[in-house]
Design a protein around this ligand. Structure first.
Ligand SMILES: [Fe+2]
Length: 476
């Protein structure tokens, strides 16, 4: 165990000089190896080739762009929450059997300031503000670390409480925070836009008791926007949409007076239940509201509408907010808090005003489906899962079929930390895992119809990247 291991590892840097060297060494030995998933990356990752370690790839060419926090600690300071590390955008480029990786930090005002100071000072979702912080607007705290999409000729690195940040898709160079219209500067632009099969982008920006509804063209240009009142002032990380409607699920995690870090503004009030606001895309004044039991969530699947008007969508639902307020902050400290895992459910909003929940009977996160079916009827939900009680993070990838009630999944085993998988083309899934034995991040390609058979091809990088949140497959 050398000094670099100690500093780059699982949160011990936060203890810094307060802990005697002997105690630091003992703690380092006991550090669980899953903390490689929340390690710090110190510099951009220069373009490099990957080693193919398994199988042969089909004729598929494109790039899996992914985004996630990758710098949590500076000097004797540390982020107070997994959601607050600096965004590192990774480009996993695939052309047949050849795969390459490059990654670059999003050059945000937050990162520039903290680089200069050598300390983490900006407040975040769960990080306290420190002396030296500069907070003129929410974009000064924007970590640009949650998702990345291609919109027109640029990438957008997304966060949830401020602007999108534009990047060059080839070099990953930061072009700057995006102002879609002058009077909308700093308006929140959520990390989970819904993209119609023709490319039109819908998004919302959350602000307490109201949301701002964004509509962008397929080229990423502003088309329209409007503020809409919510049934309750819920924390919103994700929403969904059918071809005709926006569907905003409001959980009873309610924003009160603004406090920093932001999570301190939220209180869990299960007695309120959950509500679903459905808006007509063509006329946002046409709204209906449905009631659901209290549930907590981060992620929903795409929604669709049936001939009788029933709207269906899936979601990964927690029973409460323990993961958000205890589990995720603990990860950065190298502390595992065992919490209930999210369960995959299908929500139905019936024409008679009833809303019902159907559980799949599996734990799952990161629900994704084919982009060409966004807003349209579908049966399959891609997800990760296979959680065990002894560590955080998923170990399997799967697809749940809502029509057949069938689960097709592959378990990478206890030595992999599994990240989100997304459809790539008509027939494949692509995603990454962190191999704890090789101490390296791997890229895996699956046949979407035969997931249990394992990857059709896998490549290994020469770097261990901390786990990322979300990404997009962009065909070459
Ligand atoms: Fe998310």
């Amino acid at each position: 165990m050398n000094r670099r291991d100690l500093l780059i590892g699982g949160g011990l840097a936060a203890l810094g000089t307060l802990v005697p060297a002997t105690a630091r060494a003992a703690a380092a030995v006991a550090r669980p190896d899953w903390t490689l998933g929340v390690t710090d990356i110190l510099d951009d990752i220069a373009p490099r080739s990957l080693q193919r370690i398994h199988g042969r790839a089909p004729d598929l060419a494109g790039t899996l762009y992914r985004n996630g926090p990758a710098r949590f600690r500076r000097g004797d300071s540390a982020s107070g929450h997994w959601f607050d590390g600096d965004g590192l955008v990774r480009a996993w480029q695939l052309r047949g059997n050849e795969a390459r990786l490059a990654a670059r930090f999003v050059d945000t005002p937050k990162r520039r300031l903290e680089e200069k100071l050598g300390r983490i000072v900006q407040p975040g979702f769960g990080t306290l503000q420190q002396p030296g912080a500069i907070v003129g607007s929410s974009d000064d705290t924007n970590a640009a670390n949650t998702h990345v999409i291609k919109a027109g000729n640029r990438l957008l690195a997304l966060w949830e409480a401020g602007s999108a940040t534009a990047l060059d898709p080839a070099s990953l160079e930061t072009q700057g925070q995006v102002t879609f219209r002058d009077d909308l500067k700093h308006m929140p632009f959520l990390a989970h836009p819904r993209i119609e099969p023709d490319g039109r982008i819908w998004n919302i920006g959350s602000g307490g008791a109201a949301v701002y509804v964004w509509r962008l063209s397929k080229h990423g240009a502003f088309e329209a926007g409007e503020a809409v009142k919510l049934p309750m002032a819920s924390y919103i990380h994700d929403f969904t949409a059918t071809a005709r409607h926006l569907v905003i699920l409001c959980q009873p995690w309610i924003a009160g007076a603004m406090k920093l870090p932001f999570s301190k503004s939220l209180t869990w009030q299960p007695e309120l239940g959950s509500k679903v606001l459905v808006l007509d895309k063509d006329d946002l004044s046409k709204a209906s509201v449905f009631d659901l039991p209290p549930l907590s969530f981060f992620h929903l699947g795409d929604a669709w509408e049936e001939k009788d008007g029933t709207i269906r969508f899936d979601g990964c639902f927690h029973k409460d907010v323990t993961f958000a307020v205890e589990g995720a902050p603990g990860l950065v400290e190298g502390r595992y808090v065992h919490v209930e895992r999210p369960e995959l459910n299908l929500v139905a909003l019936h024409p008679d005003g009833r809303a019902t929940l159907t559980p799949a009977g599996i734990t799952a996160e990161f629900p994704r489906s084919a982009p060409e079916l966004a807003g349209l009827p579908r049966s399959a939900t891609v997800h990760v899962g296979g959680y065990t009680g002894d560590r955080p993070f998923a170990r399997s990838v799967g697809s749940w079929d809502w029509v057949k009630g069938r689960h097709d999944s592959f378990d990478f085993g206890a030595r992999h930390l599994v990240e989100e998988f997304v459809p790539a083309g008509q027939h494949h899934l692509i995603g990454t895992t962190l191999n704890l034995d090789a101490k390296a991040t791997e890229l895996h390609l699956f046949d979407a119809r035969r997931i249990a058979d394992g990857p059709v091809a896998s490549w290994r990088s020469d770097v261990a990247l901390p786990l990322s949140f979300h990404g997009s497959w962009v065909t070459a």
